[in-house]
Design a protein around this ligand. Sequence first.
Ligand code: IVH
Length: 665
Amino acid sequence: MTPQERILELRRELHEHNRRYYVLNSPTISDYEFDMLLKELQQLEEAHPEMYDATSPTLRVGSDITKEFRQVQHKYPMLSLGNTYSKSEVADFYDRVKKSLNEDFEICCELKFDGTSISLTYEDGKLVRAVTRGDGEKGDDVTANVKTIRTVPLVLSGGGWPREFEIRGEVLMPWSVFDALNEERSRNGEPLFANPRNAASGTLKLQDSSVVAKRKLDAYLYFMLGEQLPAEGHYENLQAAAGWGFKISDTTRKCTTLDEVFAFIDRMDSERKNLPFATDGIVLKVNSLRQQKNLGYTAKSPRWAIAYKFQAERALTRLNEVTYQVGRTGVVTPVANLDPVQLSGTVVKRASLHNADIIGKLDLHIGDMVYVEKGGEIIPKITGVDVDARFMLGQKVSFIEKCPECGTPLVRVEGEAAHYCPNDTACPPQIKGKIEHFVSRDAMNIDSIGPETVEMLFNYGLIKDIADIYALCPEDLMFLPRMGAKSAENVVAAAQASRAVPFERVLFALGIRFVGATVAKRLARAFGNIDALMSASLEQLTAVEEIGERIAASVIAFFAKEANRTLVARLKEAGLKFELEEETLQARTEILKGQSIVISGVFVHHSRDEYKEMIESNGGKNVGSVSKSTSFILAGDNMGPSKLEKAQKLGVRLVSEDEFLAMLR
Ligand code: IVH
């Protein structure tokens, strides 16, 4: 078999394994075997760039070229659905359809997925385009990002699909992924996503598809459009699509009476709580395409479909007290303490009040009867006050002015809703939070110090900041509750071992606001050591790729504090790494200093990531789109036609792979 034949064979096999794993949930090989096949394909593709294929399974990992989204006109407009919250309006819909058609009909009942809609175009069984809803007429071309979604087939399996068709559905972020993402964002001091829908649509709009790949989105399809669809029924078309490798919900049912429709709604309203993703209702569609055509459309939505939305569950209870929580980054969150109340299967005692603006808008008083909802959000929230139930007005709730933990006056950054405690070097929850972050796995990875140990060490006065960790000795620790001689030694040994952690992770571990693991890596690479970073100006910082003014200002503010500089000095003293390793350093030059370089096309000698790395470690900046200020384009084979055209128009120079490598020599 020639390498070219093997590439084709591997692609076929991997597409099939992907489908078995992600769509059918019944893999026939182990993850390890899968990874080995994928690796083999990757290596062969690297050696044979002439075999490039835009639908290869290797592209699932995403590329990190930045792109502006191209706007694409929808061939068929993406309409919305008429909405109702009442069953009697569902009955009205059913009667209207019955009267108009004057013949038997079936209703296809589906979940209403709460994500962001997407339209996929397939030609000759291959995914060619993925476009967001946009304004319904035209949307953003997010093909590169959608290719990272494992449940979207890049190449169809089975057979019998039309040469060209569109299939629409919803991109979702499962609850588990959403929770983990928010947890990580909270650790990094980044704003949280309010619900999985925002998280999914935000993720689809990211410029860097390798980040999209990590977010583990999912997609369910629910609507097929085209000239030569396989069946006359909507439901039957979806079943055919399932056979081609699309993920179609197995909860979908056809009903022939209104009672059956209601039974479906009731069953789903309770079952949806066990689903791994968010849903906000049921969609009812007349099944026959011929009948759909007869019923037609209003200006905004089809007459043959309606969405029944589930009532967000709401409970009424008493507000007893508002307390305030201070997080690691000093953000102060108001929390409503309530009389316990049953809501969506759990007992709720506390609810978030978000920020001062929301408290003000609600005009809250202690003792008020308040409405609590658990929408798509993680934490229940207060959505209103039952003003009629007020017979005596309690004390008005107004946002505190001083930190509840350390008494420091709070500050509010212009344009932001949150209040902060600025005392980040001495406010207890901030210090404890910082220590927990410092020892966490992605940071210094001192796993024998968990949150309880941090609490204890702090309360006993053994550590007051992260640098104190390195001064601990077994004798200090062994007399603490639940800590024997052996675990005391383990803690000290783990702390000592963490001195080998590389600079970029130490930088992340410092817990600078907005400096997550990726940003820390970029900063470490760009500046090489802590002293250069500490003295960097706003201009120097924002010259680094993906470092905007918000991050730059946060870095400057951090190192402007005497206490933080002292902390760094003590950590240095303790032997932590504050510069890049020798071999990483040696590869660094300033040959490309001040140059903005676009990477485009397919390469022979190195991967795109490697070229990106080379640009950055030689002082250049890798940018996604061609503009007047682009210095040159590192151009491989098959460069994108739009980039090529733009480059020619703006007179931007193309540099071949070999020329580029010669430049660096
Ligand atoms: S059908 C012309 N089916 O709800 C009909 N939509 O308000 C096109 N949605 O933009 C839509 N689940 O994002 C349909 N099973 C489902 C759906 C669904 C969620 C979303 C979709 C659409 C919105 C309509």
